[in-house]
Write a protein that binds this ligand. Structure first.
Ligand code: GLC
Ligand code: CA
Length: 578
């Protein structure tokens, strides 16, 4: 049944709240997406990952679902959804949805039933436990929520606590209960019957908790992690859903996979396992952070070594290729620095070459193809006050909406106000808000995301006057048109999809040089990660090449030879044996 179509896929991720507002209330929606289907098609992608659009009270922007079989009021109706999927399929684009089943919303009717009494048949859909200590006034164990604070909430009415690894409005489902597993399979099948082509499974490595829910090691930032990530019943649970649902249709299943690394990946994603097809792992996005939180300077050498380890996996294990998503800051400031000045355009064009010429399933996040940037905190921009837009210096308090940023600021302001300066500095680098500013369609007010006299749900990045679709459509040298070229090149190259990978100069912190090769074709990828001219010596294997330059971020691409690479130069060359 499975054709493994992900091997030919190029994905575009849509975060619906911030993509396009179709009905003029300042919030992106399905009609907005429908109005942009030709834009997506013209980008050249052939698959879309849609972040959650189910009914939700939006404590975590849709990652808290109150009805898995209905559409969020703000996003539209099931008819809109049907039209969206038909519109995508008519354009040869597949759709995978977000499957958020580690937890539900506390407003899901299962949870309402569950919390109503200890005897309720739904009680065991979630984790309820007695508290510790005299009178049970301490949480059942020491686990911490990924959104800060304890991972348990006390309920007076039944004198028990329930588990929430994320916000208290996201209670964890108890996957030990076979009924829960059946519900998940049924939900997936409901959407497959509608024509959906797969799922991106939210925090899927958290679904099995260690028996007895033992205390976690005292290790910040996530106390309890080793007790709920990839523990004993993970395979059993996944296999059951795969058998009852995923493997009965021609699907692609991508797991969001904290805890999976290049070292253990084969036991989770090898084709022979029959569970997830591939995963989003976070080794490379954590390589500029201590303990996933505190930002530090990026080491290009380390980044390259992480890529190399994933590339070294057997052909039956497929990596994913991504820099951005709705939880990560924007890639240009992050991976090439805020200070590339006159070379920003070159740098923005170098990054996708470094990443997407590798083997794997590529994902581009909305706005990445335009070079959208992080929110310029501390600089002037437009915020809304009393229903009107005003020019002001952008402040964290005014622009951050994400539950994690808001919780962090609240908690520190209350408990350790002297640390607020550091907290803000950290958020400025790592906040998830950076990815969630409205998509920039034009230089009209509100960037064409919503009508000009409407307050968008989140501020528009002030750089929209320059960085926007309309401007880039018309400029043949724009980043947008460069992404189109790159996607087109990749789509038509068997060698990029399946060829072997070999890296040169792995020790360099400046240049990134690798080769892709199959029986007939050799592809050479040469990138300069610095803003300085950097020496480059042609690898022995590449002498006597008959190379044609297929892609370059410089107009006057040079032949493939020893010499220097210009600032942020990135070029791809190809030659054939026959
Ligand atoms: C995933 C999502 C993130 C969400 C969390 C809880 O990490 O990508 O946005 O907050 O899961 O559902
Ligand atoms: Ca709307």
């Amino acid at each position: 049944m499975k054709t493994r179509w992900y091997k030919d896929a190029f994905f575009y991720q849509i975060y619906p709240r911030s993509f396009c507002d179709g009905n003029g209330d300042g919030i992106g929606d399905l009609r907005g997406i429908i109005s942009k289907l030709d834009y997506i098609k013209d980008l050249g992608v052939n698959a879309v990952w849609l972040s959650p659009c189910y009914k939700s009270p939006n404590d975590d922007n849709g990652y808290d679902i109150s009805d898995y079989r209905d559409i969020m009021d703000e996003f539209g109706t099931m008819e809109d959804f049907d039209e969206l999927i038909a519109g995508l399929h008519a354009r040869g684009i597949r759709l995978i949805m977000d499957l958020v089943v580690n937890h539900t919303s506390d407003e899901h009717w299962w949870f309402k039933e569950s919390r109503s009494s200890k005897a309720n048949p739904y009680r065991d859909y979630y984790y309820w436990r007695k508290g510790r200590g005299k009178n049970g006034k301490r949480p059942p164990n020491n686990w911490m929520s990924n959104f800060l604070g304890p991972a348990w909430k006390y309920e007076e009415s039944t004198d028990e606590w329930y588990m929430h690894i994320f916000s208290y409005k996201q209670p964890d489902l108890n996957w030990n209960n076979p009924k829960v597993r059946q519900e998940v399979a049924d939900i997936c099948n409901f959407w497959f019957e509608k024509g959906v082509d797969g799922f991106r499974c939210d925090v899927i490595t958290y679904i099995s908790k260690k028996h007895g829910l033992p205390n976690g090691k005292i290790k910040l930032p996530l106390i309890g992690f080793e007790q709920y990530c990839l523990t004993e019943n993970y395979h059993k649970f996944i296999k059951e859903v795969a058998d009852k649902s995923w493997n009965r249709y021609d699907t692609t299943i991508v797991g969001e996979a904290m805890g999976i690394t290049s070292a253990n990946a084969p036991q989770y994603i090898d084709e022979s396992v029959g569970e997830l097809d591939c995963v989003f792992a976070f080794e490379h996005t954590n390589c500029d952070r201590y303990t996933q939180i505190l930002p530090h300077k990026l080491s290009i050498k380390k980044l390259k070594s992480i890529f190399a380890r994933w590339q070294a996996l057997p052909q039956t294990c497929m990596p994913t290729l991504f820099f951005e998503n709705h939880d990560q800051p924007r890639c240009v400031p992050r991976f090439v620095g805020y200070d590339c000045g006159e070379y920003r355009d070159k740098a923005a064009k170098m990054l996708p070459v470094a990443l997407y010429m590798q083997r794997g399933v590529p994902f581009v996040f909305q706005g990445q193809e335009l070079g959208m940037s992080d929110i310029p905190i501390g600089k002037e921009g437009e915020v809304w006050r009393d229903g009107k837009p005003v020019r002001a210096i952008l402040k964290e308090e005014e622009v951050f909406k994400d539950i994690l940023s808001v919780n962090a600021m609240k908690m520190f302001r209350k408990r350790a106000p002297f640390l607020m300066g550091i907290v803000k500095k950290v958020l400025k680098k790592v906040a998830r808000d950076h990815a969630r500013t409205p998509m920039q369609w034009s230089d009209a007010p509100n960037a064409g995301f919503c009508p000009k006299d409407v307050e968008p749900w989140m501020i528009v990045n002030p750089d929209y006057k320059i960085v926007n679709v309309a401007a880039e459509q018309n400029d043949k040298d724009s980043l947008l048109n460069y992404y189109r070229k790159l996607i087109d090149y990749r789509k038509n190259s068997e060698c990029i999809k399946n060829g072997s990978f070999k890296e040169f100069y792995a020790d360099s912190n400046k240049i990134y040089v690798y080769q892709r090769q199959d029986a007939d074709t050799t592809i050479a990828v040469v990138c300069n990660f610095t803003k300085k001219e950097t020496p480059f010596t042609l690898p022995q294997e590449w002498s006597n090449n008959n190379a044609e330059c297929k892609l370059s971020n410089y107009d006057d691409a040079r032949p493939l030879a020893s010499g220097t690479l210009r600032p942020f130069e990135a070029s791809v060359y190809e030659w054939h044996r026959h």
